[in-house]
Design a protein around this ligand. Sequence first.
Ligand SMILES: *[C@@H]1O[C@H](CO)[C@@H](O)[C@H](O)[C@H]1NC(C)=O
Ligand SMILES: *[C@@H]1O[C@H](CO)[C@@H](O)[C@H](O)[C@H]1NC(C)=O
Length: 470
Amino acid sequence: MDQQPHVLILPFPAQGHIKPMVGLAALLCHTGRIHVTFLNTDHNHSRLTHLQALSTLFPTLHFKSISDGLPTDHPRTLQFFPELISSIKSVTKPLFRELLADSSRKSERPVTCVIADGIMSFAIDVAKELGVRVIAFRTFSACCLWSYFCLPNLIQEGQLPVGADEDMDMMVAGVPGMEGLLRRRDLPRICRIQLNDPLFQFFLVETQAMTRASALILNTFDDLEASILSHLAPLFSKIYTIGPLNALMRSRIGDGVPRSLSTFSNLWEADNSCMAWLDSQPLGSVVYVSFGSLAIMTRGFFMELWHGLVNSGKRFLWAIRRDTLSDAKGEQAIPVELQEGTKERGLLVDWAPQEEVLAHPSTGGFLTHSGWNSTLESIVAGVPMICWPQIGDQQINSRWVSEVWRIGLDIKDTCDRSTVETMIRTLMKDGREEIMMSMDRIAKLARDCVGQGGSSYHNLDMLIEDIGKI
Ligand SMILES: *[C@@H]1O[C@H](CO)[C@@H](O)[C@H](O)[C@H]1NC(C)=O
Ligand SMILES: *[C@@H]1O[C@H](CO)[C@@H](O)[C@H](O)[C@H]1NC(C)=O
């Protein structure tokens, strides 16, 4: 019998989950000894054909797909999230069980380990039922994950849900390790919805279910989140911290894979004209603005932001899809001072090659939604942040950015032009020296941990070794 390890990787069907997990798949296959089957939903599989080209680079990497149970023409947008998760449970789960059982009965290379997304807990249960080892991979920061683990505690203490009319600046007790740090407004966004809401229940249940896995993988690094990792440690027999994943990929495989991941699966072609523009700007002078691929922005906020950027007098590069802009009255609706200020000091592009922009010497700041992926990319590049968080783990990430790591500023929940202007001035000038001191220190830790002898480098070796023990 063939004794080579065969890992089945199952991501949650969303870009922010698929990309880091493909990155992990590449790292495992780079060893040449580990076989990986990457299981996307049929819907994603047919749209991510570019990813499948990675099989040429990594011969032990295979892509397969499974139904998410929704009809082909279903829109699958964020608002249908509850529908998606219930159909995954009812349709995908039995299909997954069949696939895994077939693999051990019929295939010449049975699956020896499942790596399941931390919010696809059905896979943990199926794998355990069939006697296959299973590791969970959660794509959030450790600080946010820990707050999710504390949700039952917060409910018990009567602190949830946080109503819109409550004092949002009140400190939250009940998340050990974050006393005196966490205000109500810093809690994950789901804390603002009703406790019986399916979305809230989903995260509550999935988080606890994760502990049934035999280990946990996190895209973070020890030096960044040591205090919180120590709270998570008793819940798992093992935690592999292997972040920042993109930087680890660069260190272990080279530049090709992270670059292909960030351009391949993006729906928008990289607008490389912005790199030439950056080349012509002074060192560290540009604020890069991007709210990720999922950001939903009202026109009102958008205009406030734009005024703030122009009024700050600083240079800016704004990656924003034109369809977000042109919804209302188009160009005519844009005030003259904005047009002029932008012509003088700014550039708007549909999409920018984010990691390259952050690494560019002209880039001096990042106005971000604080998604974990963007936060890590900014840390690696040593670019301090201004955070305007929206959903998921962003509320808590931005609190850590500003108050714990002190590598940026947090404008959560306030979006008027004068706040934006003041924050940009502070980040780029008045408060810069202090922020850059911690930024430089943390950026160095991030780069060191993925190099030989670094913690994430070592943890990946441990993961590879453990997967190899069949
Ligand atoms: C993957 O599927 C999800 C829904 O299941 C959808 O929201 C997302 O846009 C898809 N991504 C791609 C690149 O197909
Ligand atoms: C991280 O997020 C940025 C912005 O949303 C995107 O451009 C980039 O491709 C993402 N990278 C990965 C590895 O997901």
